[in-house]
Design a protein around this ligand. Structure first.
Ligand SMILES: Nc1ncnc2c1ncn2[C@@H]1O[C@H](COP(=O)(O)OP(=O)(O)OP(=O)(O)O)[C@@H](O)[C@H]1O
Length: 272
């Protein structure tokens, strides 16, 4: 039976001067599922994620419900909400700057972060850190011993991803995590997330501009435009049976996958 982990119901958000940012968002995510949120820039993907993370600007007017397990996150105070971050709700952002203190070695910071969530020894935390660094194809020993300023931007981002995975969250929010990575590295990172998802049955909310990745990797896709969800469905439904003009436009940019031919017909789009 599917176990619901996250349920966003009729979520609407306005700024204090009444600008509508989100309107009636409904989205569900079960344990072990990967759900993609795609849509144009400014459509409200990150705001939706930030609501779940408790990172919204406090002046925003929020209505609706956001249940994580049986907790309504919108009625939690900030302190209790932030306590969920890390080992319950993990986050990987596109902007990884500020994830690490520049003049403390990466390994020390990883070990401390892991031990702030789990009561394990330093040796165990180090082994876990090296393991996740290897999973995302970093030279684990070297990276562990390095200071963040000695690493490239992409390496620091991957360490941040490794750390989020090491905390084994039940829900992992990935916001545009591959934008700054080269194609091979992006694939390796997404493979590592996939592996953790299979091992731990964590749910993943995968925010991306990359329709191909959403199509390949997710169980369900939500399409956002101008603060609303305009369409949702399985990757196949979104690709081949879409109804909304915006989804149609998005899909028209989708190149055929290897071994497929991509046809526009009077009934919509078909792969052959
Ligand atoms: N702190 C804020 N105060 C007011 N408006 C905001 C704030 N943060 C975001 N917005 C607005 O909310 C809307 C949705 O922004 P959001 O960051 O969720 O978009 P997005 O879909 O994630 O875009 P992108 O793909 O470019 O990251 C935008 O119009 C944005 O300008």
């Amino acid at each position: 039976m599917k176990e619901r982990l996250l349920s966003i119901q009729n979520l609407s958000i306005k700024t204090k001067d009444e600008q509508l940012l989100l309107k009636d968002i409904n989205l569900e995510l079960n344990q072990g599922e990967m759900v993609a949120l795609i849509g144009e820039s400014g459509s409200g993907k990150s705001i939706t994620a930030r609501t779940v993370q408790g990172l919204l600007d406090s002046t925003m007017v929020v209505t609706g419900h956001v249940f994580y397990e049986d907790m309504n996150l919108l009625s939690l105070d900030k302190r209790n909400h932030h306590r969920l971050l890390g080992s319950e709700i993990g986050s990987i952002f596109q902007d990884y700057r500020g994830s690490f203190t520049p003049f403390i070695k990466v390994g020390k910071q990883m070990v401390e972060a892991i031990r702030s969530h789990y009561s394990i020894s330093k040796k165990e935390a180090k082994e876990l850190s090296l393991h996740v660094l290897e999973e995302i194809q970093l030279d684990s020993n070297r990276i562990f011993q390095s200071y963040p300023f000695q690493l490239s931007g992409g390496q620091v981002q991957r360490v941040a991803i490794g750390l989020a995975l090491a905390l084994k969250p039940k829900l992992l929010i990935c916001d545009e995590i591959t934008t700054a990575l080269d194609v091979m590295t992006a694939e390796a990172v997404l493979d590592a997330i996939e592996k953790v998802r299979k091992e731990t049955r964590c749910a993943v909310l995968f925010i991306t501009h990359d329709l191909v990745q959403a199509y390949k990797r997710s169980d369900h896709i939500f399409v956002m435009q101008k603060g609303r969800i305009v369409e949702e469905g399985t990757p196949e439904q979104i690709r081949c049976e879409h109804q909304h003009p915006y989804t149609k436009e998005l899909c028209s940019c989708l190149l055929s996958l290897p071994g497929e031919r991509y046809l526009h017909t009077h009934q919509g789009v078909r792969t052959v």
